[in-house]
Design a protein around this ligand. Structure first.
Ligand code: ZN
Length: 362
């Protein structure tokens, strides 16, 4: 289809009509200058040398404090995120999390809400809830505490009332519950073979993948006004049709792609491309990279330069070109060549919409 754009320019009283043909010569977006947000990273460092790489490549980050640990552990990660946000509010925003210590006992809800209030006052714009809710914490009767547990309801209500976002890693890739032969990506085959303790197929006493998905959906049904981002394609990574159905049923929710782009690559590329275009308002580019203090010889600048080359540029190639690529980790796959308007949404507009306050100083 030919696209015409008519531009009226008034020059010294004359009207000049420019007809610009965009078909066939549409401008390829430029990586360095295109506005980009990685909506799911973990920054645990006081070495801010990596921020220069962000500036040079017009990349901004949403860092998630994660894991429902005890408060001192949370505080440590929180303080890293807050300090980076305070210094570089335009480039780094962050989500807080809360502790499960004392869950179910009197005072837990009040204490948690007070902590979240303090977090928001200090600049957090979202609350991360990790997979340990649903897969680790157990009640007094030893049943697993699921995300739709009514004892969480006042917390979700508070997040909604404060106009903040719940960002939730629920469950694991479905492969975690399947025999190795039936897994859909090589990375999962390797990971679960090497980590039997996390391989749910070997632990039938744990909630099933479906039970975790259903608990999430029951929680969302109780809280229709809660702004919700599901991490890792909502653990529905194996089939874009499953994601499509869920996104249809939850039109105000979104999914981040963190650590799951490999799962797109093993599906039919035309189907994946159509899916991303159709759900362009509900998908967020994200990677799950982590940046930590290591040693002085490998600064965070070095670390993020490696991320740039190994992850960000490769993902960019996947989304923006029509190349056919073959490598050992993903096999052979076709790149998606997405329209620029769709790239704008998945690379930044949707993150700005789902995380109000992103890039602003508190
Ligand atoms: Zn993560």
């Amino acid at each position: 289809m030919n696209l015409f754009r008519f531009l009226n320019l008034r020059l010294k009283g004359y009207t000049v009509l420019l007809i610009v043909f965009l078909s066939g010569c549409s401008q390829k977006p430029d990586f360095k200058t295109f506005p980009k947000i990685d909506a799911h990273v973990h920054l645990e460092t006081s070495d801010d040398s990596f921020v220069q790489v962000l500036k040079e490549n017009n990349f901004k980050l949403m860092t998630l404090v994660t894991g429902s640990a005890s408060q001192p552990v949370i505080n440590e990660e929180f303080d890293f995120a807050k300090a980076l946000h305070d210094k570089y509010p335009e480039f780094i925003s962050f989500a807080t999390t809360f502790s499960m210590d004392g869950f179910g006992e009197p005072g837990w809800q009040q204490r948690t809400i007070e902590w979240l209030q303090e977090s928001f006052d200090k600049g957090a714009i979202a609350v991360k809830v990790w997979k340990d809710i649903g897969m680790t914490f157990r009640d007094k009767d030893s049943s697993f505490i699921m995300i739709d547990d009514e004892r969480f309801d006042p917390v979700w209500d508070f997040i909604e009332a404060q106009n903040k976002t719940l960002v939730n890693h629920i469950g694991e890739p479905r492969n975690c519950w399947l025999p190795v032969d039936s897994m859909t990506v090589p990375g999962d085959k390797k990971y679960y073979s090497n980590h039997p303790q996390y391989y749910m197929y070997l632990h039938p006493g744990y909630p099933s993948h479906q039970e975790l998905m259903e608990a999430r959906d029951r929680m969302l049904k109780k809280h229709p006004g809660l702004r919700y981002v599901g991490c890792h394609l909502g653990s529905m990574e194996w089939d874009v049709n499953v994601q499509a159905k869920w996104l249809d049923n939850h039109p105000d929710c979104a999914l981040d792609m963190a650590s799951r782009i490999e799962h797109f690559k093993v599906q039919d590329p035309d189907k994946v491309r159509k899916f991303i275009i159709k759900y362009q308002d509900q998908l967020l580019y994200a990677t799950d990279i982590s940046v930590q203090d290591e040693n002085p010889d490998f600064t965070t600048r070095n670390q993020v330069e490696e991320v740039l080359n190994q992850v960000w540029l490769k993902d960019w190639e996947y989304f923006t070109t029509d190349k056919i690529i073959e490598n050992s980790s993903s096999g052979k796959y076709k790149c998606l060549n997405l329209p620029v308007s769709v790239l704008s949404k998945i690379y930044s507009e949707n993150a700005l919409k789902m995380y109000p306050g992103f890039g602003l100083k508190r």
